[in-house]
Design a binder for this molecule. Structure first.
Ligand code: ADP
Length: 445
C-alpha cells in the first residue's frame, strides 16, 4: 500500500522530466542545426538567441566529445572531452534519455546528435538536478509511512483485544465442558452476547440438562431396582435362617417355608426378566418391525390369560376387527396385550369383566383394554407408566406385580411410533388405549 502511490508519483515525475528535458535538448539542437560545422564561437552565438530552460546544465560538443559550449560557470568544461553515457549514445547517432531518483534528488539527462546533411557534427547534452520534487516525494513517503504504522498499530491492538476476548470465551466454554465431563452435572456455561459461542453454550447447557435428567433417572432406577431385588432376597434369607435355626421344625411348617422361598425366588426371576426387557428396550436393540396380524396374537394372549381370569372369577372377552394389523414384532404385540390384560384381571373384583378390543383405524390400529375393576385414583393416572410405580404396593405385590409391566408396554409402544394413555371409565374401572401404526413408514423395508 505504501509503495504503490510512491511508485506512481515517481513515474509521473519521470514523465514530466522527460518531456521538459526533451523539449530543451531539441530547442538547443534546433538552434545549432543550420551550422555546417560547430565551433566555440558559432555555437555560443547560435545558442544565445535560444531561451531554453528547465535544466541545470547544457553542453554542446563536437563529434568527438570535445566540449564547445557549457552553461556551467564554476567548473566549466569547455575544451575538455566528456563521455557521459547519453552523449556517447548521441554521438553514435541516436537520442538518449535517462532519469534516476537517488539520495533525495532526481538526476535526469538527455542527449541528441547534431546533424548536418545526415552527418553527425556534434552532440547536445542536457542535465537536470532536482531536489524540490524529490522533497515532495520524500514528504509523501513519510506521511504514508506514518499512516501505515498507525494502521498497523491499530490492527495489532484490535487483534489482540479480539483474540483475548475469544480465548476467554473459549476457555469459559471449555471449563464448563471439563466440569461436566468430570461429573459436575450442575455446571453450566455462562456466556453473554449473541454470537456463535453463546449459541454453542446454549446448546451445551440444554445437552447437560438432558444428561442430568437421564443421570438422575438412571440413579433412581438403579436404586429402585436394588430395593425391589432386596425385598425378596431379605425374605429368602429370613426364611432360610428360620429353617436352619429350628432344627425340630414340623414337616408342614417346613413345607410352607420352602414354598414361600420358592415364591420369592419366582418374584426375583420375574423382576430380573422385566429389568432385562427394559434394558433391552433402552439399548434400542430390537428386531425389525413387520406387519403383524393382531387376531392370532390376541387369541394366544387370551388363551394364556383365561385361566388367570377364571381363577379370579373375572369374565374375559376379546374382540378383534378382522384383518387388523400393526407394524411391530409379534413378541412386542403379545407383551402389550398380555400385560394390559393381566393388569385388568389383577386389579379387578370377583365377577368383574375385562374386554380387550382391536379396531382398525385409517393408518393405525387401536387396542383398548377395559375393565370394571378397582380403577386408578386420578392423581395416580399420570404416574402409572413410570418404572416401579404402583398405586397400592401391597396389592401389587400380592398379585405378583413388579411395577414394571406398564413401563415395558409404554416403552415398547413409543419405540414403534404409537401412543398409550390410561383413563377411568364412568361406570367404574379403567381403560387403557394403545394406538400402533398399521402402515409401514415410507423408506422402511
Ligand atoms: P404391576 O406389576 O404392579 O402391575 P404395572 O406397571 O403393570 O405394575 O402397573 C402399575 C400400577 O398401575 C399397578 O401397580 C396398579 O396399581 C396400577 N394399574 C395398572 N393397571 C391397572 C388396572 N387395569 N386397574 C387398576 N389399576 C391398575
Amino acid at each position: 500500500m505504501n509503495t504503490y502511490p510512491l511508485l506512481v508519483s515517481q513515474d509521473l515525475v519521470f514523465r514530466a522530466k522527460r518531456t521538459t528535458l526533451l523539449s530543451s535538448v531539441s530547442a538547443l539542437n534546433a538552434a545549432v542545426a543550420g551550422l555546417d560545422e560547430l565551433t566555440e564561437e558559432n555555437v555560443a552565438q547560435a545558442v544565445s538567441a535560444v531561451e531554453a530552460e528547465g535544466f541545470s546544465r547544457a553542453i554542446i560538443t563536437d563529434p568527438y566529445g570535445q566540449v564547445l559550449y557549457d552553461t556551467r560557470e564554476a567548473g566549466n568544461a569547455a575544451g575538455r572531452y566528456v563521455f557521459y553515457n547519453e552523449l556517447v549514445e548521441a554521438l553514435r547517432g541516436s537520442s538518449a534519455m535517462y532519469s534516476v531518483y537517488k539520495e533525495g534528488a532526481f538526476h535526469s539527462s538527455a542527449a541528441q546528435p547534431v546533424l548536418y546533411r545526415n552527418q553527425i557534427i556534434g552532440g547536445v547534452y542536457v542535465y537536470e538536478y532536482d531536489t524540490q520534487q524529490a522533497a515532495l516525494l520524500e514528504n509523501l513517503r513519510n506521511t504514508l509511512l506514518s499512516i501505515s504504522l498507525g494502521i498497523a498499530g491499530l490492527v495489532v491492538t484490535l487483534s489482540m483485544i479480539f483474540s483475548r476476548q475469544l480465548t476467554w470465551r473459549l476457555a469459559s466454554l471449555q471449563g464448563a465442558i471439563r466440569g461436566v465431563r468430570e461429573g459436575a452435572y450442575n455446571r453450566r456455561a455462562v456466556l453473554s452476547g449473541h454470537d456463535e459461542f453463546t449459541q454453542i453454550a446454549g446448546e451445551f447447557n440444554d445437552l447437560v440438562d438432558r444428561l442430568q435428567e437421564t443421570e438422575s433417572a438412571r440413579r433412581q432406577f438403579v436404586s429402585d431396582a436394588s430395593h425391589e431385588l432386596r425385598t425378596p432376597l431379605a425374605a429368602i434369607r429370613l426364611l432360610t435362617d428360620s429353617i436352619l435355626q429350628n432344627e425340630g421344625m414340623e414337616g408342614e411348617t417346613l413345607r410352607e417355608f420352602v414354598s414361600d422361598i420358592g415364591q420369592e425366588a419366582e418374584r426375583l426371576s420375574r423382576i430380573t426378566e422385566d429389568l432385562l426387557r427394559l434394558t433391552r428396550l433402552d439399548s434400542g436393540l430390537a428386531d425389525a418391525p413387520v406387519r403383524v396380524e393382531v387376531e392370532p396374537v390376541m387369541e394366544r394372549a387370551g388363551r394364556m390369560l383365561r385361566p388367570v381370569a377364571q381363577e379370579k372369577g373375572v369374565d374375559l372377552l376379546t374382540i378383534c376387527d378382522s384383518g387388523a394389523a400393526v407394524i411391530a414384532t409379534e413378541g412386542e404385540l403379545h407383551q402389550i396385550i398380555y400385560n394390559l390384560g393381566e393388569n385388568a384381571i389383577k386389579y379387578n373384583h370377583r365377577g368383574g369383566f375385562v374386554r380387550i378390543r382391536a379396531e382398525t383405524g385409517e393408518d393405525a390400529t387401536v387396542i383398548t383394554v377395559e375393565d370394571n375393576g378397582i380403577g386408578i385414583p386420578p392423581e395416580d393416572l399420570p404416574n402409572v407408566f413410570k418404572r416401579f410405580y404402583r398405586v397400592d404396593k401391597a396389592r401389587s405385590r400380592a398379585a405378583g406385580g413388579t411395577g414394571l409391566g406398564l413401563s415395558i408396554v409404554s416403552d415398547t409402544v413409543s419405540r414403534r411410533g404409537g401412543s398409550i394413555w390410561a383413563e377411568n371409565v364412568a361406570t367404574g374401572g379403567s381403560r387403557f388405549t394403545v394406538t400402533l401404526p398399521s402402515v409401514e413408514e415410507e423408506g422402511c423395508p
